[in-house]
Design a protein around this ligand. Structure first.
Ligand SMILES: C[S@@+](CC[C@H](N)C(=O)[O-])C[C@H]1O[C@@H](n2cnc3c(N)ncnc32)[C@H](O)[C@@H]1O
Length: 310
């Protein structure tokens, strides 16, 4: 059994609640969205001898998480880009463009940047980085290494790279690996470390932040684009309705995979809010400039930054 599933306490209000069938819980029950969150926050179980973590709203052992996240991204890899467009109504493209523009990758001095895009998946950020460095800064030397734990996502990225103008330029590299430990990446070697919509899936986010700190050169920048938390109560209610109501349904209709998309929305809900994540970045050793984050679309997503001290 993975987590104690409880019946929603607000029985009288059931018809007003959004119910989700928790297929993987025993016994099978229906829980409303709000009660699911409350229960998952209260759970303090240990499973076997292992430490616990979360897979969406499910409580599982850390040992299980990597496998389950791997299964999600293997399942969504071939439909990943289409689904991103449908789920975000195309807005993820605007966020990614803004993310890259705000980092202004590439140098005008001719010495290209060494960029590491972790959880780089199908290469959405990497291609934008190279486009920006080349077109805006006239920099043809900047290189991007795409690291991802999932071979199926990397395979999609490689396919796109082969069809792009960067095929055979030596400016794109693909590395299969876990963000929490990247022994193939030398310390103090990276100018810019990016992670977009990846870190909420990591089992040990603190370990990944420490690894980012290790690989960055002093003065190097850590930048994270991730789903975050909406501040406005009214907007939050509308947004939750959309994400928990529509996204799993779109996943089912378009990709034939409701469960993976249910996980994606649950993992967003569980990800730390802006201030908490900012503190985690600071705890890893980074200097966090100013507020430390920029909200996008009212906080649906946010960009966090940290600088490795000189
Ligand atoms: C939602 S996709 C984001 C892909 C891409 N960055 C984008 O913005 O479109 C999340 C990616 O994180 C990867 N991932 C999950 N856990 C990881 C880990 N521990 N280390 C490296 N990559 C991981 C998944 O395989 C997947 O490709």
């Amino acid at each position: 059994m993975t987590t104690k599933a409880i019946a929603c306490g607000r029985t009288a209000w059931r018809s007003l609640h959004y119910f989700a069938k928790r297929k993987k819980c025993q016994p099978i029950v229906y829980r409303c969205f709000w009660c699911s969150i409350r229960q998952s926050q209260k759970t303090e179980e240990r499973i076997g001898d292992g430490r616990i973590t979360h897979f969406g709203f499910e409580t599982i052992s850390e040992a299980q998480k990597e496998k389950k996240v791997g299964a999600v991204f293997s399942s969504v890899a071939s439909s990943y880009d289409t689904m991103n467009d449908l789920m975000s109504l195309g807005i993820h493209r605007i966020w990614k463009d803004h993310f890259v523009r705000s980092l202004n990758p590439g140098s005008t001095s001719g010495k290209g940047w060494n960029i590491l895009d972790v959880a780089g998946g199908t290469g959405d950020i990497a291609f934008r980085m190279l486009d920006h460095a080349t077109q805006v800064n006239g920099d043809h030397s900047t290189k991007v290494t795409i690291a991802d734990i999932n071979p199926d996502m990397l395979a999609e990225g490689k396919k796109r790279a082969l069809a792009s103008k960067y095929a055979d330029t030596g400016r794109l590299h693909f590395v299969l690996g876990n963000a929490e430990s990247m022994p193939s990446m030398p310390s103090d070697s990276v100018d810019l470390y990016t992670v977009a919509f990846g870190i909420r899936n990591f089992t040990n986010k603190d370990a990944a932040l420490r690894e980012a700190f290790r690989v960055l050169r002093p003065g190097g920048v850590f930048a994270c684009l991730e789903f975050s938390h909406v501040n406005s109560t009214l907007f939050n209610a509308v947004y939750k309705r959309w994400s928990f109501g529509a996204i799993p349904l779109i996943g089912q209709l378009v990709a034939g995979d409701r469960d993976s998309y249910q996980y994606l929305v649950e993992s967003i809900e569980r990800f730390p809010a802006q201030e908490e994540f900012r503190a985690m970045i600071g705890d890893a050793g980074f200097l966090v400039p100013g507020l430390g984050y920029e909200n996008l679309s009212g906080g649906i997503a946010s960009i966090h930054r940290g600088i490795k001290p000189l």
